[in-house]
Design a protein around this ligand. Structure first.
Ligand SMILES: Cc1cc2nc3c(=O)[nH]c(=O)nc-3n(C[C@H](O)[C@H](O)[C@H](O)COP(=O)(O)O)c2cc1C
Length: 395
């Protein structure tokens, strides 16, 4: 069940109060007192801005960037005393649902944008050189760096940076009746640049067609064992796993905790297409796609790695401005994924969005008014910093 709405998931999974009670007794814990995400997993949201040198301080913000499946596939090499180099952590990829690592590279763009904004908050500016040893090929990524970053004094805070610690991917149904205003949608599309076109719609007929397609994409991914299992393996069930891994798809809090401990919610149950848990995941997605008053999408002129980075940077800037406007945002990427079983649905999406090759829709996200949600887990920023010689030649 990728990206759970935990409360609904529970309601549908259990199918009855009796089961809840039995499980609560079996778990022997105060259900309502267990938070969805344990404190230990979200420390970086509280300690952002701290660090021994300016690079660590900037990195402490960068790790809060949105990224696919919360894998946090970033590695940093510190070089000299004012430079660093960003690599993809190739032990954290999604080969089934992201076979060319397009989304992983978008996540690098989100990271770079957040790094630049974070550096500004601590008074530094960043000069970013993309792919200093050449770009990755279209088929996959390799050992070469994504970017060299040089920090120098004289930076200033971009107003958007104030939202870095407040931004969330809101994986919940939104208020379907409360639409973002036309002015708000215009403000989103005004974030388009020469590199990335941003479009949005709240037109009821179009949104209804897109909702149907988004759900179809989710169903294709979920019913295909190899793509669905990629998500199942990344599920962290209960506070112990969430605090241990601090990544992936976190399923915790309240009754999930109890049912996890009681052995009712397990990875095996979630993977079994005949189980309540499996169906609950699909029902949940239906509730989310139904609870979608408007959509926003990001298109680049081509699909080079530089385009993907630009899309990630634009997505994060939009996410921060949306946060400041009090709106909720939630990417849904299934339809955009490049495996054969998704090809037909992707084609229909592109027709609906009136998008033609060589341009590429890189992201699509639900937007509207949603509930407040917990921050997602993050690993300690220090764990991203790898010893230089293992990664590359000298700067
Ligand atoms: C390229 C990209 C694709 C994403 N696709 C999805 C998606 O399909 N479904 C979803 O629930 N979240 C998606 N997300 C959001 C991530 O799951 C989210 O950023 C991550 O779990 C961390 O949570 P946070 O954004 O609240 O910090 C995507 C994010 C990025 C950058």
């Amino acid at each position: 069940m990728p990206h759970a709405n935990r409360r609904r998931f529970l309601k549908w999974t259990l199918g009855g109060f009796a089961a809840l009670t039995t499980a609560a007794v079996a778990g022997g814990v105060g259900v309502s007192l267990i938070p969805e995400v344990p404190d230990a997993a979200i420390t970086p949201w509280r300690t952002a801005g701290q660090g021994q040198d300016v690079r660590e301080r900037a990195l402490s913000y960068a790790v809060l960037a949105p990224n696919p499946h919360n894998l946090q596939s970033w590695l940093i090499e510190l070089v000299g005393d004012d430079r660093m180099r960003l690599y993809v952590d190739r032990s954290r990829l999604l080969p089934e649902t992201d076979p060319f690592s397009r989304q992983i590279v978008i996540g690098q763009g989100c990271f770079l944008e957040t790094l630049v904004l974070g550096a500004g908050l601590v008074g530094y500016r960043c000069a970013v050189s993309l792919f200093p040893q050449g770009s990755f090929g279209a088929d996959g990524i390799d050992h070469r760096p994504v970017a060299d970053i040089h920090l120098s004094a004289g930076g200033s805070a971009d107003p958007l940076a104030a939202a870095i610690t407040l931004r969330r991917s809101v994986k919940e149904p939104f208020d379907a009746k409360r639409l973002p205003s036309e002015g708000q949608l215009r403000a989103l599309t005004a974030l388009s640049t020469a590199d990335v076109r941003v479009e949005a719609t709240a037109a009821p007929d179009r949104v209804a067609r897109l909702r149907g397609l988004l759900y179809e994409g989710m169903e294709i991914e979920t019913r295909l064992p190899r793509t669905y299992m990629e998500s199942v393996k990344l599920m962290r069930i209960g506070s112990t796993e969430i605090a241990q891994y601090r990544d992936g798809i976190d399923l915790g809090g309240g009754m999930i905790e109890v049912l996890g401990r009681a052995g009712i919610i397990t990875r095996e149950a979630l993977a079994d297409p005949t189980s309540n848990s499996f169906q609950a995941g699909l029902d949940l997605y239906k509730a989310m796609t139904d609870g979608t008053p408007a959509l926003v999408w990001f298109t680049t002129p081509g699909n080079r790695r530089e385009d993907q980075i630009a899309a990630g940077r634009a997505y994060q800037r939009l996410a921060l401005s949306v946060t400041q406007a009090g709106l909720a945002l939630h990417p849904m990427s299934q339809l955009l994924q490049e495996y054969p079983e998704m090809a037909g649905a992707l084609k229909r999406l592109l027709a609906e969005l009136d998008s033609k090759a060589p341009e590429r829709v890189q992201m699509i996200a639900r937007i509207g008014y949603g509930p407040e949600v917990s921050p997602a887990p993050r690993r300690d920023p220090a764990t991203l910093i790898a010893p230089g010689p293992k990664l590359s030649m000298a700067f």
